[in-house]
Ligand binder design. Sequence first.
Ligand SMILES: *Cc1c(COP(=O)(O)O)cnc(C)c1O
Length: 421
Amino acid sequence: MQIETKCLHEGYERKNGDPGALPIIQSTTYVFDSTQHIADLFNMPTECMYSRFANPTVDAVEKKIAALEGGVGAMCTTSGQAASLLSVLNLCRAGDSILAVSSLYGGTINLFAISLKKLGIECIFVDPEADGDALEAAIKPNTRLVFGETLANPALNVFDIERFAAFAHKHKIPLIVDNTFPTPILCRPFEFGADIVVHSTTKYMDGHALQGGGVIVDSGNFDWANGNFPEFTEPDESYHGVVYTREFGNMAYIIKARMQLMRDFGCYPAAHSAFLLNIGLETLAVRMERYCKNALAVAEFLDCSDDVERVSYPGLPSDPYYERAKKYLPNGCSGVISFDIKGGRDRATRFMDALKLASREVHVADIRTCVLHPASMTHRQLNDEQLAAAGIDAGMIRLSVGLENVSDIIDDIKQAFDASR
Ligand SMILES: *Cc1c(COP(=O)(O)O)cnc(C)c1O
């Protein structure tokens, strides 16, 4: 099946007489004929037992997302943050470190730099364009993973997945990629060597600004038995001595995430949330195509505007990431544009307040056009140095182009430029 078809047909298998739409299985629990059947499920979790870590509606969505990314399995979470957190905790414990590029979503930087530190896990940040020597210098014997973001929110630099995958694999550790902005429609990081993908499904996947969520997807390609990950090859005392690599083969990572972390932490979405997410996924391919088309037109307009200092959109030939985007994002660069307005921070807020169609909101990848000022909102906690490392100027505006007619979007921007001068 091609990816457009997968959006509609993967995940939920309809048998004779089944509902046409994915049913919402609203139940905390599931009943079985025998004690032995349940005991067997503890050995091999092939059916749902309890909705803190598995539910049939969510399961169908997990299967669909795994198919879209080309992975062996997926696990949904209640937010993108929870997905990033669990993707790391599945590999790290106090005393370990991780290596992440500095151009990440602000919430991820917080999580890695501050909250993980409180748990005893150190994050070493590197410049995404750092040369090989600088990368080697940043790696430590206790580094358990490398983390990057395909298309960084909001700096919009394109992450060189292949280079970082080779670097991680040389050190026998996996590469985790946050693929939220491109979605699997525009980029499938596993095809370039990434091992684990995470998403905030709150964004394009949900697509209608209805509900938050996240997902972790396992490529099934990483060798967890390479000696670096004893938690995968030694008995888990919390799970009747299961050895993940032996029992679950190339599903070891995603099953461990569910049967150990989700079981213990319980940040699992409700069936109804998964139902809504599935509706978003059904039209994802069609919507991404239009987001890309609209955003490119708006980026071209901004690029020619006298009110703009600089535009970041890797689909523009003048963008420093244009060539790399041709490799990783050949079908479009998604719907988000960052630009620095002439006049700095003050003009940026005047411009934002003057918009009539585009809304001011703490969101991105909404179905409607929306704007946000990272320096005073999502990245408020970062100092100027961290802002610069994340590629953010005080006058930067993050414009999330929606699915309106593009001429209406451009007209709104024009009138707000005039009003803010
Ligand atoms: C929004 C976002 C997240 C966090 O997702 P939530 O669903 O808000 O928790 C993580 N990564 C990226 C790239 C994001 O845009």
